[in-house]
Design a protein around this ligand. Structure first.
Ligand code: PEP
Ligand code: MN
Length: 339
């Protein structure tokens, strides 16, 4: 159920609807918009009679939601969500750039990459302290020590930190050190983790699962939002197909498809889609051309020596080139294309 308030509805009238929803044992999600406030209702197992709400003061209409998602949709919030970390944004006018090494390996390595990220004008530094590795024998990250290095890099370079939590205890730690919690592709349907990050005050970057449909991905975002955290960024990072020439197949169509359904921002991670560094720039450029709100890129100061994903890491020089190309495309779109 979705309750749309009249454009001039008062705070008291909005509170009245929230109270009525809670009296029924359901949860109300208030989404203020430019022209009107909408209130999403979750927690009801069966359908709720719209009449219950339509008679309340300030209500314009109450609509039954037949789609599987209630909170990620443009029906609830026609204005795009802008995820904010201080003055840095994802989903606003500016192309968001989230860059850094696959894994935090050392202070020296992280600071060297952070300097390049800073020089590019990007606002977000990425880097894993807890790495989901396919083999149990591979480097799995420095853990809390890695988070401390990231937090120091934040202070030294004025960047916001995006890093992955593999489990609920990882979220507790990230809340001390990071700015955005990444939920990785392998964890996209880890529902207890989704509920935990949904209770966090930090925004969440939700990667698409390795073989997830758009609906499964959006429902994963819905899990997070249903717990009250509306600061969610979607990240397309390629899906598994018969493709052998790249690590994954970057699903560019996902970007305009999601735009039609959801108000959530979407960024494109060309690095994990590509798997090879020479594919990263063209794919990232294509993602921006398809309408992505930002790019995520893996960068390493010495890719040959990287402990994780070296083959897809850009050198600082390649990365700087990509950022200027991506910004050029983004600007062109803002001026010329009515998306
Ligand atoms: C990563 O961003 O380092 C990562 C592990 O990505 P994904 O979850 O998309 O594989
Ligand atoms: Mn990686």
């Amino acid at each position: 159920m979705l309750v749309v308030m009249k454009s001039g509805a008062t705070q008291g009238e909005i509170d009245g609807v929230v109270q009525a929803v809670e009296n029924l044992g359901f949860r109300a999600h208030v989404m203020p918009g430019a022209t009107r406030t909408a209130i999403g209702i979750t927690g009801n197992q069966g359908s709720v009679d719209p009449i219950r709400f339509e008679s309340l003061p300030g209500v314009s209409e109450a609509i039954r939601v037949s789609k599987p998602y209630k909170l990620i949709t443009l029906d609830l919030q026609p204005d795009q969500t802008v995820v904010r970390v201080g003055d840095a944004t994802i989903g606003g006018q500016e192309l968001a750039v989230i860059a850094g090494p696959c894994a935090v390996e050392s202070r020296q390595q992280t600071f060297a990459v952070a300097a390049a990220v800073r020089a590019s004008g990007a606002r977000f530094l990425r880097g894993g302290a807890f790495k989901p590795r396919s083999s149990p024998y591979d480097f799995a990250g420095l853990g809390e020590e890695g988070l401390k290095i990231l937090a120091d890099a934040r202070d030294a370079f004025g960047l916001k930190i995006v890093t992955e939590a593999l489990d609920e205890s990882g979220v507790d730690l990230l809340e001390k050190y990071a700015d955005i919690i990444q939920v990785g592709a392998r964890n996209m349907q880890n529902f207890s983790l989704l509920r935990r990050v949904g209770k966090s005050k930090l925004p969440v970057l939700l990667k698409r699962g390795i073989a997830a449909t758009i609906d499964e991905w959006l429902l994963a975002a819905e899990y997070i939002m249903s717990e009250g955290n509306y600061q969610v960024v979607l990240c397309e990072r390629g899906v598994r197909t018969f493709t052998q020439h790249a690590r994954n197949a970057l699903d560019l169509a996902a970007i305009p498809v999601i735009r039609r359904i959801s108000h959530l921002p979407i960024v494109v991670d060309a690095s994990h889609a590509a798997g090879k560094s020479h594919l990263v720039r063209p794919l990232a450029r294509a993602g921006v051309a398809a309408g992505a709100d930002g790019i995520m890129v893996e960068v390493h100061n010495n890719p040959e020596a990287a402990l994780c994903d070296g083959a897809q890491a850009l050198t600082p020089e390649e990365y700087l080139k990509l950022v200027s190309e991506a910004r050029g495309i983004h600007q062109l779109l803002a001026q010329a294309v009515d998306t």
